[in-house]
Design a protein around this ligand. Sequence first.
Ligand SMILES: NC(=O)c1ccc[n+]([C@@H]2O[C@H](COP(=O)([O-])OP(=O)(O)OC[C@H]3O[C@@H](n4cnc5c(N)ncnc54)[C@H](OP(=O)(O)O)[C@@H]3O)[C@@H](O)[C@H]2O)c1
Length: 242
Amino acid sequence: MSRSPIGSAWVLGSTSAVAIAICQALARQGCRRFHLIARNPIANQALASELRERFGAEVTMEQVDLLAANQQPPYLGQPFDLYLITAGSLGDPDQARIQAAEAQAITAANYTSLIPWLTAIVTPERIQTPGCLWVFSSVAADRGRPSNYHYGAAKAGLLRFCEGLLLRCHGTPFAVRILKPGFMATPMTVGKAPPLLCAQPEQIARDLLRRPHRRGIEYIPWWWAPLMLLIRLLPPALAAKL
Ligand SMILES: NC(=O)c1ccc[n+]([C@@H]2O[C@H](COP(=O)([O-])OP(=O)(O)OC[C@H]3O[C@@H](n4cnc5c(N)ncnc54)[C@H](OP(=O)(O)O)[C@@H]3O)[C@@H](O)[C@H]2O)c1
């Protein structure tokens, strides 16, 4: 397994608050090559400019909407030390209950549209060389909740798919790390999560970069592990209120 610092990063969902914090932390540690993939080119440009101007990084950009019809097969080009996937969307859970198109859009944004990218990253050749893949699933993958079961099911699908990749890469120099955040203080949770329970993206970035070559499935912050154990054990009458 590689123990060298992360010198290059490829990011899908680079306008996400946690991806921005990770890129800034990586740049502070000396990462000097980034490929930033996002739906919003203006927000993506803002991060690219910061990485170039503050840190002298070499940055390329790509625009991708995971929900667009007729997407081209991904082309990844030169290898990177870190592949980071943070793209994801809560969608509109109320609409998804009554309209299959929204249910499918949530499934696509969080799982099925990521499959071509994951397939392009985890190739037989790449996993013979040192590298890392970090994928953001969610604690929502642990149990179906009345309030957002489409999102939870999609994140659970993503998690199981990536667990297969993780085990496929066991014994190779390529490390797969599946992250299950609880609440993070990002645009995704505004007005939806108690601020006291929300971790700051900068703290998440610092924690993740403490052990950049770690592989496995982990809750972030760690204390979501015992909390989710309790939640998984709740009887249906209580779980129905979540
Ligand atoms: N925040 C939380 O409490 C929390 C908890 C558990 C898991 N997570 C997961 O952590 C990851 C990072 O989330 P975050 O909190 O940093 O949220 P965020 O700031 O809302 O970021 C979500 C990212 O996904 C991108 N995205 C959404 N739909 C897309 C599409 N159709 N095509 C391309 N990109 C798309 C967004 O792009 P735009 O900027 O164009 O919208 C944005 O870059 C996500 O996978 C999320 O599901 C978050």
